[in-house]
Design a protein around this ligand. Structure first.
Ligand SMILES: NC(=O)c1ccc[n+]([C@@H]2O[C@H](COP(=O)([O-])OP(=O)(O)OC[C@H]3O[C@@H](n4cnc5c(N)ncnc54)[C@H](OP(=O)(O)O)[C@@H]3O)[C@@H](O)[C@H]2O)c1
Length: 314
């Protein structure tokens, strides 16, 4: 099945379902990407931080070489990690992702998080945090992103995990408008206010952890993913769809794109097979009622960082 698309503010079309690749291990992600392309996925979500771009790229290139898909039909995203927020670090890191992927350009390059860490800090520090934080302003980082776009290395540029105020600062200080804000979005955290705020500014939302990162189920303090809610399974039965399909259909109906991760063939196929049913008003109302504003990815270790985004309401 081919996903519907959203038109970005620069005219580029973004498929509303993409394959997530975080925690997809080397040894399994290559196959997952090939299965996804065969199943109709045209949007793959990658990041320098996931440390698997070489394998993802190898699968993409194999599918292009075999004639299964053309490069121009794919929408490949990558992201700049926190240690490299200095303006001069952006283009070299973008080139590093392109080299690992074996591609000439990205369709979308994102600032992964608004807050930076020092270049030599651990990638995800858990101690001596204040020593690891850098105070490079993401406006400076955005200037590096604009440079990457002007060089033709990224057709579109955007941000991730930015709150409303941070989005407005980028709009005020940048010369290119971000096309996307990629943020966590699932029925536990439906992000309606941020979606509306971005819509008013013609910025699309890509929702990560759409399935609530189901493998973390049962971890203390972790929001129970809605795909395990018996009521969602009941809704699915009416349409002959799985709970995951119900949740993904609901999220796409909010006007966003979703990037469920899977390395399991049946689930990869299932997660894009969501465009042949429409949830009733009552079913949508139930999913709306699941909102608890609880995050899978609060990154609370960074809560004292000057540019931490989740202290604001949205
Ligand atoms: N911008 C950011 O800061 C950021 C943060 C987090 C994530 N992301 C992106 O968003 C993607 C998705 O988020 P996520 O990977 O954290 O969580 P997710 O997509 O919500 O959940 C993935 C989990 O759900 C399982 N799953 C997949 N399809 C399923 C189905 N149909 N039924 C039941 N379980 C299913 C997967 O298992 P199997 O793989 O074993 O099938 C995996 O354990 C990431 O991979 C990454 O690309 C971005």
């Amino acid at each position: 099945m081919i996903a519907k698309t959203i038109k970005l503010n620069n005219g580029v079309l973004l498929p509303t379902v993409g394959l997530g690749t975080y925690r997809s291990k080397p040894g399994e992600v290559e196959e997952a990407v090939k299965i996804a392309i065969d199943a109709g996925y045209r949007h793959i979500d990658c990041a320098w931080f996931y440390l698997n771009e070489a394998e993802v790229g190898s699968a993409i290139r194999e599918k292009i070489a075999s004639g299964a898909v053309k490069r121009e039909d794919l929408f490949i995203t990558s992201k700049l990690w926190n240690n490299f927020h200095a303006k001069d670090a952006v283009v070299p890191k973008l080139k590093e992702s392109l080299k690992a992927l074996g591609l000439d350009y990205l369709d979308l390059y994102l600032i992964h998080w608004p807050f930076g860490t020092k270049e030599d800090a651990p990638l995800m520090p858990t101690e001596n945090l204040q020593d690891c934080f850098s105070d490079v302003d993401y406006i400076e980082t955005w200037q590096g992103m604009e440079e990457g776009h002007k060089l033709g290395l990224a057709k579109s540029i955007g941000v991730s995990n930015f709150n409303a105020e941070q989005i407005d600062r980028v709009l005020k200080n940048g010369t290119i408008k971000p096309v996307v804000n990629q943020v966590e979005c699932n029925p536990n955290l439906n992000q309606k206010k941020l979606i509306e705020f971005c819509k008013q500014r013609d910025i699309a939302i890509v929702g990560y952890c759409p399935l609530g990162r189901s493998e973390y189920m049962g971890r203390p303090g972790f929001p129970e993913p809605t795909i395990f809610d018996p009521k969602v399974a009941e809704i699915g039965k009416k349409y002959n769809k799985s709970p995951a399909q119900v949740v993904l259909n609901y999220l796409v109906s909010l006007g966003i794109s979703v990037i469920p991760k899977s390395v399991t063939k049946s689930r990869i196929v299932e997660n894009i097979d969501i465009f042949d049913f429409t949830l009733s008003k009552e079913d949508i109302a139930y999913l709306d009622s699941c909102n608890k504003n609880k995050r899978v990815c609060p990154l609370t270790d960074f809560k004292d960082h000057k540019y931490y985004s989740f202290n604001a309401e949205f």
